[in-house]
Ligand binder design. Structure first.
Ligand code: TPP
Ligand code: MG
Length: 369
């Protein structure tokens, strides 16, 4: 009995169109209207500014914790730009750039981050899901929606976001298998930013790529330079087109890097080598896209300066509106017990009474809110 090699009939391609200096591979360059390219760039500037402001607001105790985008703007904007408004967007907890592109107002994001559900109330027509923090939960959610689309015979597509850490969860594997077996119209966008809080990729998996995990399920899978907005767009657009035609799901591993902290609750200098961060700063998606636009003649340095100032002003105004709204809102701690259950189980009711007693005692002491 000879030992034979099984032909897996699959390979992983790695797509990159813009290099680190913003030089473009003209054969692969997509035809994106100038106006859209500039809108994408403006959104990148805005998201950077918003991230920085949120960090300050959090340090001042004016909002709660959040997960910054810094470094991952191209992965998020390149992919979300390929989605129709009537398609479904399923974010995890770091997709602020994509969420803003879909029309989320900055002030709503702040209201939510300050702990108020009012910040993420969507209309019935909305096809955007709210932030979901449980790691990998977004993947079966996206697959469920895609199954619904298929059962209805609609031609919508789902774009689901998650990180490298999510690929170690059972949810990821069950959902990918199901999606491929049923050839569902879903695109899996994994932002491999090399860290899951303080766990580096090499401790997360011994697979050479994350893309090969899709291949294990017979799924079309590829790797893309996640800091190259053009490559991310081309890969996602193609995946969406295939899904829309009934050709099934695609797994896209976008190689990127989290340049900032995980959330405001950790300090990455405690677990991440400074050299590594420096290396990735050279591959920052923002200056790369900027150089490309300048070389293409769409942008000049003055425009960058003016738009950066405009982004600061836009964030200033959003913060003002957010603070005005917060003034008008109740600060009743009881609200934290309202959203998890239709009818609270006894242990939650016990906790609610404990909080009520504590608040009453403080008021009686004259301690205020
Ligand atoms: C099921 C579950 N386990 C643990 C956590 C705590 N947690 C929040 S984010 C995170 C790491 C996620 O890493 P990754 O999937 O790479 O996404 P990234 O944060 O890098 O965007 C962990 C462990 C959680 N939210 N949900
Ligand atoms: Mg990660």
């Amino acid at each position: 009995m000879p030992i034979k090699t099984v032909d897996l009939d699959s390979e992983i391609t790695h797509l990159s169109i813009l290099d680190e200096k913003g030089r473009v591979d003209e054969e692969l360059e997509p035809d994106i209207p100038e106006e859209d390219l500039l809108d994408l760039f403006k959104t990148m500037l805005l998201v950077r500014e918003f991230d920085e402001r949120k960090e300050k607001l959090q340090r001042q105790g004016r909002i709660g914790t959040f997960a910054p985008v810094r470094g991952q703007e191209a992965a998020q904007l390149g992919s979300i730009y390929a989605l129709r408004k009537t398609d479904w967007f399923v974010p995890s907890f770091r997709e602020t750039a994509a969420t803003i592109w879909r029309g989320m107002r900055l002030e709503d994001d702040l209201v939510y981050t300050a702990g108020y559900e009012e910040g993420i109330r969507f209309t019935k027509e909305s096809r955007d899901l709210p932030i979901a923090v449980p790691v990998a939960s977004q993947i079966p959610h996206g697959v469920g929606i895609a199954w619904g689309i298929q059962l209805k015979g609609a031609d919508d597509v789902v774009l689901t976001f998650f990180g490298d850490g999510a690929t170690s969860e059972g949810d990821f594997h069950e959902a990918l298998n199901f999606a491929q077996v049923f050839r569902l119209p879903v695109v899996f966008l994994c932002q491999n930013n090399r860290w899951a809080i303080s766990v580096p990729l090499h401790k997360q998996t011994h697979s050479k790529t994350l893309a090969q995990k899709g291949i294990a399920y017979g799924m079309r899978s590829l790797q893309v330079d996640g800091n190259d907005i053009l490559a991310v767009y081309v890969a996602t657009r193609e995946a969406i087109e295939r899904a829309r035609k009934g050709k099934g799901p695609t797994f896209i591993e976008a190689l990127t890097y989290r340049l900032s902290f995980h959330t405001t609750a950790d300090d990455p200098t405690k677990y991440r080598p400074a050299d590594e961060v420096k290396e990735w700063e050279k591959r920052d998606p923002l200056p790369r896209f900027q150089e490309y636009l300048i070389k293409r003649g769409h942008l000049d340095r003055d425009m960058v300066k003016n738009w950066t100032t405009a982004a600061v002003i836009e964030v200033d105004h959003a913060v003002e509106r957010f603070e005005r709204r917060l003034d008008g809102m109740g600060r009743d701690p009881d609200a934290i017990f309202e959203h998890a259950y239709a009818k609270n189980p006894p242990y939650v009711e016990r906790q609610r009474r404990e909080v009520e007693d504590w608040v009453r005692a403080r008021r009686e002491e004259g301690g205020g809110e």
